[in-house]
Design a protein around this ligand. Structure first.
Ligand code: ATP
Length: 318
């Protein structure tokens, strides 16, 4: 379990993290999302005691990281895949880490195999690709079989097979009852991996929610119905428990809690004409961009306007 209370970090005048309060629970994968520079890495560094909060505190397993006598058993982390001495072999790096906690060589061999580096374990890290470096970082994070796993952008540089592997690995670690906290700026990847999301922008909390609720609130599960008798259709649809329907703008219904077939059949049974019946088609990535739009520090001038325009057009069309 990771618990942040009023967590704040300032660098001079700049607040990298502002008053964050959240709990990351065991048994689920929690995705930590935010645009570039939103404070994800700073928060992760504070979890590991690499940065001290200006205000507030952050605990892992009930205590600050520094208060754990053998921290590798409590938290396994991958923050920066390149932070390994390039002259060391993968095996040498892991053995050195293992020695600090009395972890046997057999466990080192196990994690090397687990991450698929068996064939290159004796090779120097300087020859590793980004993806191999990520795998080594994940091996180091898993070395002491910790209760909490903390990974900063673990799929960076991985090929599709590697991305799938990380996704399944994180889910299985959570299913074993571990706390899994993983940062990314890829909403679509997180939606496939995480059950819970913490989304920040400019160091502030934007959303602390489940993936299901995020999808629901973003209107991704809604159906758009255009009919000259929208009000009558709405009354009929609302007779089914769990169905929600709002008229916006006049003549257009936004319906959730049911499916296209039910709406079509209800309209047909009451001879209500339909001009349109479509699932809402905003992607998760676009919903994330909408949420974080006002919190983007680093915005490209070429391309981003096209993306914004596309989102706006999609919103207008939907
Ligand atoms: N050591 C530092 N000194 C000064 N400013 C810093 C320092 N570390 C981070 N910052 C600033 O704090 C803010 C948050 O940075 P951080 O690296 O935590 O964001 P991030 O969400 O991890 O970004 P990215 O997705 O690009 O990795 C940024 O504006 C960054 O420039």
């Amino acid at each position: 379990m990771i618990e942040a209370r009023g967590l704040t970090k300032r660098y001079g005048d700049k607040a990298a993290v502002s008053d964050l309060t959240f709990t990351v629970r065991p048994g689920t994968v929690t995705g930590f999302l935010g645009p570039n520079g939103s404070g994800k890495s700073t928060t992760m560094r504070m979890i590991l005691g690499l940065d001290a909060p200006t205000r507030g505190d952050i605990r892992v397993g009930g205590r600050s990281y520094a208060a754990h006598p053998a921290p590798l058993y409590e938290v396994g982390a991958l923050l920066e895949a390149r932070s390994v001495h390039p002259g060391r072999s993968a095996l040498g790096h892991l053995l050195a880490l293992a020695h600090t906690h009395g972890i046997p060589r057999s466990r080192v061999n196990t994690v090397v195999d687990m991450v698929g580096l068996g064939k290159v374990a004796g090779k120097r890290v300087k020859g590793f690709s980004l993806g191999m470096g990520q795998r080594l970082g994940i091996a180091a994070a898993l070395l002491a079989d910790p209760a909490t796993i903390l990974l900063d952008e673990p799929v960076n540089g991985l090929d599709p097979e590697g991305v799938l592997w990380v996704r399944n690995l994180l889910k299985s670690l959570a299913a074993e009852g571990r706390t899994v906290f993983v940062s990314s700026h890829l909403m679509s990847e997180m939606a496939l991996t995480a059950e819970h999301l913490i989304i920040i922008g400019r160091g502030r909390m934007l959303a602390d929610t489940t993936v299901d609720a995020f999808i629901r609130d973003a209107g991704l599960g809604t159906i758009k119905v255009v009919s000259p008798e929208a009000a009558q259709l709405r009354e009929l649809l609302l007779r089914v428990p769990g169905v929600e329907a709002v008229i916006s703008p006049p003549g257009t219904l936004r319906v959730s809690g049911t499916d296209l077939e039910h709406i079509g059949r209800t309209a047909s049974a009451h001879r209500i004409p339909l001009f349109e019946l479509t699932p809402h088609s905003v992607s998760l990535e676009e919903a994330f961009m909408e949420l974080t739009r006002d919190s983007i520090d680093y915005q490209a001038t070429v391309g981003s306007s096209a993306v914004a325009q596309q989102v706006a057009q999609q919103g207008a069309r939907a």
